[in-house]
Design a protein around this ligand. Structure first.
Ligand code: IPM
Ligand code: MG
Length: 357
């Protein structure tokens, strides 16, 4: 049966980079890929058109789709809106509404880009980490939350970091399953020395780990993990962690690879349905200038084919095409070495399409 993909370009550079990913998808469709594309609104774009960052129609479209391709959301013009109307709520609402609890964020260094990393070549060459971030729980969703006024008139802000055993267990299983297909090592990142909830996290990980005796489980406090990521990142295979720690550590891991503009992500539910997006944001500072790197979004299409549509060969084809354009020396500004000429968003997309053959 024809699979349905919902395309949500969003804001900032979102529409530009998604346009390039669509060139790639359309090329695959022309050569036999059996998918149907539908378009929808999310984030600031949806707020502008419909007055809400996640209109009911978008959520319906997302529920009906087999997979979702998202660009990015957010922009300075929306920062003064009430929190429930801000673009980020569109993204968080999709994650929660579709139960996309397992967020896979690979940090892979393309050998061609070793010089683009701010770290020494020997520290990062061959880097291949998978960060598994819990995505629908923890402090980003916990209740109660808000800002209240105390008796003395002072304001107090508060959020709640809460995890149930079942939530920890299912993200743990995701991580162990993925590790089985890789180097069979999971490092669970917590702050068990201070936070009760992550002490529970650690206990549950140990319990779940018993079902995966072939996978080595280790534990690390998040502050140390941040340090180890920039000191000796190749010690990691799979890292599994909470929503907020994963948000932070995945940005740090991305930079090890030279540019956050290179990294795709998958957010999966229990059945493998997923939303795919670059891990970078909407980059309003460069939006509309045609200079953004479309490769993270193009690689997100590859992840979609691999994880939600089971089309490994087509996924390999896209990843090989990205490797080929890097071999040709094509670089967008974010991955160009100092003094090296760079290409624009569309030129990079066209080159990937050409390399697909
Ligand atoms: C990410 C982003 C989002 C998050 C924002 C835009 C809500 O930073 O996907 O990492 O915090 O999850
Ligand atoms: Mg983030």
């Amino acid at each position: 049966m024809t699979k349905k993909i919902l395309v949500l370009p969003g804001d900032g550079i979102g529409p530009e980079i998604v346009a390039e990913a669509l060139k790639v998808l359309n090329r695959l469709i022309a050569t036999g890929l059996d998918v149907e594309l539908e378009h929808g609104l999310v984030g600031g774009a949806a707020y502008d058109a419909e007055g809400h960052p996640l209109p009911p129609k978008t959520l319906e479209q997302a529920r009906a789709a087999d997979a979702i391709l998202l660009g990015a959301v957010g922009g300075p013009q929306y920062e003064s809106l009430d929190r429930p109307l801000r673009p980020e709520q569109g993204l968080l609402g999709l994650r929660a509404g579709l139960n996309l609890f397992s967020n896979l964020r690979p940090a892979i260094l393309y050998p061609q880009l070793a010089e683009a990393s701010t770290l020494k070549r020997e520290v990062v060459s061959g880097l291949d980490i998978m960060i598994v971030r819990e995505l629908t729980g923890g402090i980003y969703f916990g209740q109660p939350r808000g800002v209240r006024t105390l008796e003395n008139g002072e304001k107090e802000g508060f959020n709640t970091l809460v995890y149930r055993e079942s939530e920890i267990e299912r993200i743990g299983r995701s991580a162990f399953e993925i590790a089985r297909k890789r180097n069979k090592r999971v490092c669970s990142v917590d702050k068990a020395n201070v936070l009760e909830v992550t002490e529970l996290w650690r206990q549950v990980m140990i319990r779940v780990g018993k079902d995966y005796p072939d996978v080595e489980l280790s534990h690390m406090y998040v502050d140390n993990a941040a340090m180890q990521l920039v000191r000796a990142p190749k010690q990691f295979d799979v890292m599994v962690t909470t929503n907020m720690f994963g948000d932070i550590l995945s940005d740090a891991a991305a930079m090890l690879t030279g540019s956050i503009g290179m990294l795709p992500s998958a957010s999966l539910d229990a059945a493998g349905k997923g939303m795919y997006e670059p891990i970078h944001g909407s980059a309003p500072d460069i939006a509309g200038r045609g200079v953004a790197n479309p490769l993270a979004t193009i690689l997100s299409v590859a992840m979609m084919l691999r994880y939600s549509l089971g089309l490994t060969e087509q996924a390999d084809r896209i990843e090989a095409a990205v490797g080929a354009v890097l071999d040709q020396g094509l670089r967008t500004a974010d991955i160009a070495a100092q003094g090296q000429a760079s290409v624009g968003t569309a030129e990079m997309g066209d080159a990937v399409v050409a390399a697909l053959g």
